[in-house]
Design a protein around this ligand. Structure first.
Ligand SMILES: Nc1ncnc2c1ncn2[C@@H]1O[C@H](COP(=O)(O)OP(=O)(O)OP(=O)(O)O)[C@@H](O)[C@H]1O
Ligand SMILES: C[C@H](N)[C@H](N)CCCCCC(=O)O
Ligand SMILES: [Mg+2]
Length: 214
């Protein structure tokens, strides 16, 4: 696989692990008719994020690119790697070149360590690709979202916007947009039935596509 900085790619990060990055990324990759890449998968029991993308996006499996690192334990990547006796080299971790829009998913939040010296934020700063920050709508998210935006901006990372996941929370949405000086790209509700039919429909309803010009 060729490695170089690609032109049409977007990074999906989040305020925390479990906020719904993979579900959002599946909807986005499908809406863009693009490709998906998870550089580092930590935790394989119950399936990988790439497998969830295959199931939820309905995209052909060849559009889901192989991870660079697959670590068994569901831990911070630096820790999961160390327990397997390896170290993730952040300097050589670059997006693959693909002929379609590429959706890249981090792990956990912005400052999750890849090794003892580098975090995802270091990667995002070096790649200088637009970033989408996924955030819950529930209580506690304002603080997490504003902190994550501050960290991204401090490193000069271009922020495309915030994708909200969960029940409607109008004031939360408004204060994040205002104090975070950020575009709210839309909101994906919690879906009772999550599959490759319900997700694209909900994504289409929740996110105007003009927010995804990159
Ligand atoms: N919109 C949604 N509707 C229903 N369930 C959801 C939705 N978003 C996320 N979930 C569920 O919440 C859980 C966590 O979501 P997800 O795996 O997307 O998180 P993540 O941010 O990608 O986590 P990680 O940091 O491990 O990559 C999963 O079980 C997923 O199916
Ligand atoms: C295991 C989990 N699902 C993710 N793959 C990794 C999340 C790392 C979070 C680290 C932390 O912020 O404490
Ligand atoms: Mg995920």
């Amino acid at each position: 696989m060729t490695h170089a900085i690609v032109k049409r790619a977007v990074v999906v990060t989040g305020t925390d692990t479990g906020v719904g990055k993979t579900v959002f990324a599946a909807g986005l990759a499908r809406a863009l008719d693009g490709c998906y890449w998870k550089p580092v998968q930590a935790g394989i029991q119950g399936g990988t994020d790439s497998q969830a993308i295959a199931r939820l996006s309905g995209l052909p499996t060849e559009r889901i690119l192989a991870e660079k690192w697959v670590l068994r334990r569901p831990l911070s990547p630096h820790h999961a790697a160390a327990l397997e006796g390896v170290e993730i080299n952040a300097e050589t971790l670059n997006p693959p070149v693909v002929p379609r829009p590429l959706v890249i998913e981090g792990a956990g939040g912005v400052m999750v360590p890849l090794n003892r010296r580098r975090t995802y934020l270091d990667l995002f700063a070096r790649w200088h690709l637009p970033v989408i920050l996924c955030a819950r709508t529930g209580l506690g998210t304002i603080n997490h979202t504003l902190l994550s935006l501050a960290a991204l901006r401090d490193r000069g990372v271009p922020v495309l916007g915030v994708a909200l996941i969960g029940d409607e929370a109008a004031e939360t949405q408004s204060i994040i947009a205002e104090m975070g000086r950020v575009r709210i790209l839309g909101r994906l509700p919690r879906l009772e039935r999550l599959n490759s039919v319900t997700l694209p429909a909900a994504f289409h309803q929740g996110f105007p596509m003009d927010g995804f010009r990159f």
